[in-house]
Design a protein. Structure first.
Length: 830
């Protein structure tokens, strides 16, 4: 086991209160080389981070020792994404140093906020999937489960979003430009990763597809490990996220061309190698882009699998014990090549017979699917895989060969079945179906909410669920209450602790259920409202600063914060905003409750329709906010660059949570859980985890509307005609006509036309079919809002019902049903 503390100069770090001051002062002198009088905010930040990190590193050293001694089953989480959020506030809380910080900083003339502002968020992910990975890592450590998360140390994370003329503009996210002080680079922990080349037979091994072979790569890069420490809350366990960074082999810099003035040529090899971990999800609209992305995935998989095998072999000799000591969780399809890589290692390197290797491999992996959208299930062109990873392509054919035999035995003569289930899609282009490979090569397959898991087994992966029903299960997602209630919303956390007589809820979220009884207590409701109001004042101040939009903290705070995608139906929300504006313009302002609508989120850079909707929202926002008749009742704010940090600001202030995806499309959602936990009421469809939220908080405290998944299917099957809704519903017609006239886009009709043509023509996500139900349900929201006592009681019951959505429960479910992992307590230090 690599000792991550080795990378840092050894500083004795204690845990008594005075020790933080002592350590910070020492770090200022010995790490930053400044006297306290000359220390800048950045010096202070570095010195504090180092002092806190040292404490975590010491816990990590003890954790690693305890794990080595126990030789337990370890959970290895393979994920292309981690959205960890800021580290400083969390690590102060988890090390119990937060309270000591203010006096230390005061002595340096600094404030805690100055330090927090310097703490860059590593944006190594896109959205829900990456944040889920971070929440699960937090819960794993909190529950003392031995676990290691593997990922890629991207130089540039998810782009920074800005608006120009209302349109999304993407800037590179150079998150570690000024260094990343939480990170432990351990370059000595490295793996060599091959690409391209050819395969050849091994003497005496036979020559079938499943025989042992040798791969001679044509290109090799090095993966170097870099670590982020993941502490558990209220425990000594510190696990790791191990991120791989691509480097050229030492000596790759070419002095010859450099001497001749050809500087770019001299560094070409280095640049090519390092490009592998350069950016999160390189644009794959070109052949080169597609190859680079597949290279990334294999780079992650190859470094991680070799590392896992080496860790296993330090304490074990019997390969049959691998599935008892190792469980590899595949977070969506990105890391699924890991199945082939383990087969390659076992067969080619360690000489196991194919069937023996397959039995071990299949019992070692588990796969979580996070989508139902067909485009979310990755496939790769066979010729690309063949070229980049020739040995893996042979292994895929080998796996497919035996798998299709099994299918043929089960369904004799059913050629269609073979075609449907094969790992290879034949038409229109030969491609490898990564989800099929994942299911065939895993012991367990799960979806991320009850409905999603059911739909996976009944539709997307139906053929596999028929073959192996026991393999399929559900683990509903969860969120960490430490970050999303305690840290994001300290006022509510304090109130909850006060009402429940302590903060035991932080690790036992079911205790929130006791709040339900207090919803009837007028004094509690007053305090609850007071907290929400102060959070809304904070948000209002931030919105003025970031968007220039002045909002009324007393207005209903209606938030839709998530990635932009047509299935999530931000457009339906726009239609509602325009409907409200039309009502106000028609003189019915008095009937509308004052409302602030907050949108936030990014669209994939190549997703034209989603970007068009972003532009439209900004145009509508500008129109509404500029018109004094409208802005008395309505404000629309769209702060740019949504990320974990911004979510932590908006969520505590939300009154209403928009979860309005077309039923059957959102796998789970986790923002829905964060908002409900913070006392927002949901207006939502029967989709993803919304269904379970409604069950837990009570249908009376949830605004449900619209088609359910079978209903949506029936509408589509029945020859859906969106324009009929337009014709029949005067309010909808007026909303669409006003948009078409350019009334809400400063007279611009060309930008809005394609968006409207799409909904009136095909309306793939049935926005018009759900419009009336949605607007009526919003009217019900307004009626409830007019009664603050009723609303507050509903809000309290939402928080009370969210115990189930703790990531701790999610991890316990995984441990029980899939991972078979048990806690290994870590002793306290000295
Ligand atoms: C997302 C789903 C969400 C879900 C998260 C986490 C992907 C591919 N999927 O509904 O869209 O909450 O995963 O499971 O990012």
């Amino acid at each position: 086991m690599v000792d991550v503390t080795a990378a840092a100069p050894p500083l004795p770090a204690g845990s008594a209160p005075a020790d933080l001051a002592r350590d910070v002062l020492r770090n200022l002198a010995s790490v930053q080389g400044v006297t306290p009088e000359r220390a800048t905010a950045r010096d202070g930040y570095q010195a504090v981070v180092r002092a806190v990190r040292d404490r975590l590193a010491q816990r990590y050293a003890r954790t690693a020792a305890a794990h080595d001694a126990a030789n337990p089953r370890v959970v290895y989480y393979l994920s292309a994404e981690y959205l960890l959020g800021r580290q400083l506030p969390q690590n102060l809380l988890y090390t119990g140093t937060g309270d000591q910080l203010a006096p230390v900083l005061a002595g340096l003339g600094l404030s805690p906020e100055q330090l927090t502002d310097l703490d860059a968020e590593p944006g190594l992910g896109n959205g829900g999937l990456g944040r889920l990975a971070a929440c699960l890592m937090d819960a794993l450590a909190t529950l003392d489960i031995p676990a290691l998360g593997y990922g890629i140390r991207y130089d540039f994370g998810i782009f920074r979003q800005d608006f120009a003329g209302g349109a999304q503009v993407e800037h590179p996210d150079d998150w570690a430009y000024d260094g990343s002080p939480w990170e432990f680079a351990t370059p000595e922990l490295a793996q060599e990763v091959g690409f391209h080349g050819w395969t050849e037979p091994v003497a005496g091994a036979g020559d079938g597809a499943t025989a042992r072979r040798r791969w001679v790569p044509g290109e090799t890069v090095r993966g170097q490990a870099s670590h982020l420490l993941v502490p558990g809350y209220g425990t000594q366990t510190v696990n790791l996220v191990r991120l791989w960074r691509a480097r050229a082999a030492p000596g790759s810099f070419d002095l010859g061309p450099f001497g001749a003035g050809r500087y770019a040529d001299a560094a070409a090899g280095i640049v090519a190698a390092e490009n592998i971990s350069r950016v999160l999800y390189p644009d794959d609209s070109t052949e080169a882009g597609r190859e680079l992305r597949l290279k990334q995935y294999y780079f992650l998989v190859s470094c991680s699998l070799r590392d896992i095998v080496a860790r296993f072999r330090r304490c074990n000799t019997d390969w049959d014990a691998l599935p008892d000591k190792v469980v590899i969780q595949l977070n969506d399809t990105h890391p699924v090549l890991a199945i082939c890589e383990l087969m390659r290692l076992l067969v080619d390197r360690y000489g196991l017979d194919w069937h023996h290797a397959w039995t071990i491999t299949r019992r070692t992996f588990a796969y979580t699917c996070h989508t139902l959208l067909p485009e979310g299930l990755e496939t790769w062109p066979v010729d690309l895989v063949q070229r980049l990873l020739p040995r893996h392509m042979e292994i895929i054919y080998g796996i497919n060969h035996y798998f299709l035999q099994e299918v043929a035995d089960r369904y004799p003569g059913d050629v269609d079945k073979l075609r449907q289930l094969s790992l290879i899609q034949e038409e229109p282009q030969r491609r490898v179906r990564m989800a099929h490979l994942a299911v065939v090569g895993s012991d367990a397959v799960n979806g991320v909410a009850r409905l999603h898991s059911d739909l996976l087994a009944r539709t997307t992966l139906r053929g596999f669920a028929d073959l192996w029903p026991a393999r399929f299960g559900n683990v509903t997602n969860g969120i960490t209450p430490r970050r999303f209630l305690r840290l994001a919303n300290p006022r509510l956390a304090e109130l909850v602790s006060d009402l429940l007589g302590g903060d035991g809820w932080l690790t036992d979220l079911d205790r929130l259920a006791q709040l339900a009884d207090l919803a009837g207590d007028e004094a509690v409701r007053r305090r609850w409202r007071e907290v929400k109001h102060r959070n809304k004042v904070d948000l209002a101040e931030s919105l003025v600063r970031t968007t220039g939009v002045a909002v009324d903290p007393d207005a209903l705070c209606d938030v839709m914060i998530k990635r932009f995608h047509e299935y999530k139906r931000q457009l339906l929300k726009v239609l509602h905003v325009v409907t409200l504006a039309n009502r106000i313009r028609a003189g019915h302002g008095g009937a509308v409750v004052p409302r602030t609508v907050v949108f936030a989120g990014k669209a994939a850079p190549g997703y034209w329709a989603a970007k068009q909707i972003i532009w439209l929202i900004n145009a509508v926002a500008a129109t509404v906010n500029r018109d004094p008749d409208l802005s008395r009742y309505l404000a629309v704010a769209f702060p740019p660059d949504y990320n974990v940090t911004r979510a932590e600001l908006i969520i505590p202030a939300a009154d209403l949570s928009e979860q309005i995806s077309l039923a059957g499309k959102e796998a789970s959602g986790t923002g829905n859980m964060k908002l409900a936990l913070n006392g927002a009421l949901t207006i939502g469809t029967l989709d993803g985890a919304n269904i379970e939220i409604a069950q837990r908080v009570g249908a009376d405290n949830f605004f449900q509307f619209g088609l359910d998944a079978p209903g949506a299917q029936a509408v589509r099957d029945g020859g859906y005609a969106p324009w009929l809704h337009y014709e029949r519903d005067p309010e909808l017609r007026e909303a669409i006509d006003a948009l078409r006239r350019g009334d809400f886009t400063g007279g611009d009709r060309t930008g809005v036309a394609p968006v409207l043509d799409a909904v009136l023509g095909r309306d793939e996500y049935l926005a018009l079919a759900d419009y009336r139900a949605y607007v009526d349900c919003q009217d019900a929201v307004e009626r409830a809002w007019r009664d603050p006592e009723r609303w507050t009681a509903m809000s309290i019951r939402n928080t009370a019902g969210c115990g189930y959505f703790s990531a701790d429960r999610t991890v316990r479910d995984y441990c029980r049903d899939i991972w078979r992992a048990t806690p290994v307590p870590v002793p306290t230090g000295g």
